[in-house]
Design a binder for this molecule. Structure first.
Ligand SMILES: [Zn+2]
Ligand SMILES: [Zn+2]
Length: 178
């Protein structure tokens, strides 16, 4: 069975937050073929222990008082319902210093994937957009901006986290240092 669809994290298998696994979910007690590998903020130890269905229907959130994205992560105007859907019922993603989750068009953006230079170069324009972000949003210029851009790596910081607006389709970025 294909994993459930998440509005704000459309490809959790591609982003690495979900993996194929025969592990049993601590919430529903079933082995359903996929396990969530992202962060869990809870008093319980739930690393690599939840299936995506228990995240999608809110049962893991209710059962363990768990959230999957830091509720301080939102940047810009993100409506309450979107923030709730993301923190309580959407897979998060691993990062080094905590997530940043941009808003756009009066909604939260959707998380696409962590990326390094290799991934950015696979799509037209992304490299230039990330450099713009480094220069204008992070206010890093000149050689330091280029060095940061060239050091981006998917699995080792600094990493560029790609987001896309569900309305205007613009890309947004959060860059995390080690
Ligand atoms: Zn489950
Ligand atoms: Zn937008």
């Amino acid at each position: 069975m294909a994993p459930p669809v998440f509005r704000y994290h459309p490809d959790p298998l591609g982003s690495g937050s979900l993996v194929a696994s025969d592990k049993t979910c601590r919430s529903c007690g079933q082995a359903r073929g996929y396990i969530y590998t992202g962060p869990v903020y809870s008093a319980h130890q739930l690393d690599d222990s939840l299936c995506p269905w228990c995240i999608a229907d809110g049962s893991a959130h209710e059962k363990f008082d768990a959230i999957f994205v830091d509720d301080e992560a939102f940047e810009g105007e993100v409506p309450e319902e979107a923030a709730e859907e993301i923190t309580e019922r959407t897979p998060g993603f691993n990062s080094f210093q905590g997530e940043g989750w941009p808003g756009c068009c009066e909604d939260a953006t959707a998380f696409v994937t962590p990326a390094g230079m290799r991934e950015l170069r696979e799509q037209p324009d992304l490299e230039g957009l990330v450099l713009d972000h480094i220069i204008h949003q992070m206010e890093i210029s000149g050689g330091a901006a280029t060095r940061l851009l060239n050091s981006l790596h998917r699995d080792a910081g600094p990493t560029a986290y790609l987001f896309r607006c569900l309305h205007c389709q613009n890309h947004h970025f959060h860059i995390d240092y080690v």
